[in-house]
Ligand binder design. Structure first.
Ligand code: PDD
Length: 279
């Protein structure tokens, strides 16, 4: 299996042999959805929650495909490689149509692709820099769509300003990062924007909320005005591949005292312990 390291439509293949048609609607239109599922010590992390979100995304793009948890496990487990931390990238498109047409084809077999990569530990312990940018994306950010141009253009602007992430602002309120969810700590209370079509409901976000509540932190899922973001004691970003990143500079201004905050340190410990406990 070692050299057959990707899954494509029922087969395990070497990456170099995995090919899709140029008429695949994922290629032509970005007509597909995806998941990023971390795995620690060979155990897929929060698999049920990721599959639930996968099913929500499929429903969101009206793509009929249902596999049980066991069927997904049978597909994904063989892809896991050696090493402590990895992630599965899973993409499903509407498949190959016989001609290019925006409307859905009458019949189409979905394309299912999955591969596994190592999670490269992000050098974030010292904190990262972020910028704020207008959230110029579409209105269905709850769908984990492969159509990511909006996110890419935003992230690239952040990178060009030597920042790790762009925090997106819509109508004066923070929504999320270009590829992460956002949290702030204000006077000991942890706030994060509520689930809506403005954000992707992050699985890491859910774990953080659960751990915070279980450990006596007050959590509020409520809107964060840009002024609250700018004056927050702490800002964090969360995602499956970057876990929880403390932001120490926003738009070139220090966040809080410009150091990694105490609430992040506590949450980081809780998160690492939780990962170990479930893997
Ligand atoms: N992205 N919001 C957006 C826009 C994201 O792209 C992501 C993750 C998240 C966090 O979701 P989760 O905690 O479930 O990873 C929020 C993945 C990692 C990616 O696109 O590679």
């Amino acid at each position: 299996m070692k050299d057959k390291n990707v899954y494509l439509n029922g087969e395990y293949l070497p990456l170099s042999e995995a090919k899709i048609s140029v008429l695949d609607r994922g290629f032509l239109f970005g007509d597909g959805i995806y998941e990023v599922i971390p795995a620690y010590s060979g155990t897929l992390f929060c698999l049920e929650a990721h599959l639930q979100r996968l099913n929500n995304s499929l429903k969101g793009i009206r793509l009929e495909l249902f596999l049980s948890t066991q069927q997904w496990l049978d597909i994904l487990q063989p892809l896991l490689i050696e090493g402590d931390a990895q992630y599965i990238y899973l993409q499903i498109t509407r498949g190959v149509a016989d001609k290019r047409d925006h409307a859905f084809p009458a019949q189409c077999e979905p394309t299912i692709f999955a591969m596994c990569s190592a999670i490269v530990p992000f050098e974030g312990e010292q904190g990262v820099k972020a910028i704020t940018l207008d959230d110029v994306r579409w209105e269905l950010c709850n769908i984990k769509a492969t159509t990511l141009l909006g996110n890419l253009l935003l992230r690239q602007q952040a990178v060009e300003k030597q920042c790790a992430e762009a925090i997106l602002i819509k109508d004066g309120y923070a929504t999320e990062g270009a590829a992460s969810n956002v949290f702030v700590v204000i006077e000991g209370v942890l706030l994060t924007p509520p689930k809506s079509r403005d954000i992707l409901a992050g699985i890491t976000r859910d774990v953080i909320i659960e751990l915070a509540k279980a450990n006596g932190l007050t959590v509020s899922e409520s809107s964060i005005a840009i002024e609250e973001l700018q004056n927050a004691d702490e800002i964090w970003l969360s995602s499956s591949t970057r876990e929880i990143l403390p932001v120490i500079s926003l738009d070139n201004q220090p966040v809080g005292d410009g150091q990694v905050g105490p609430v992040w340190k506590m949450m980081q410990q809780l998160f690492q312990d939780y990962k170990r406990a479930v893997s």
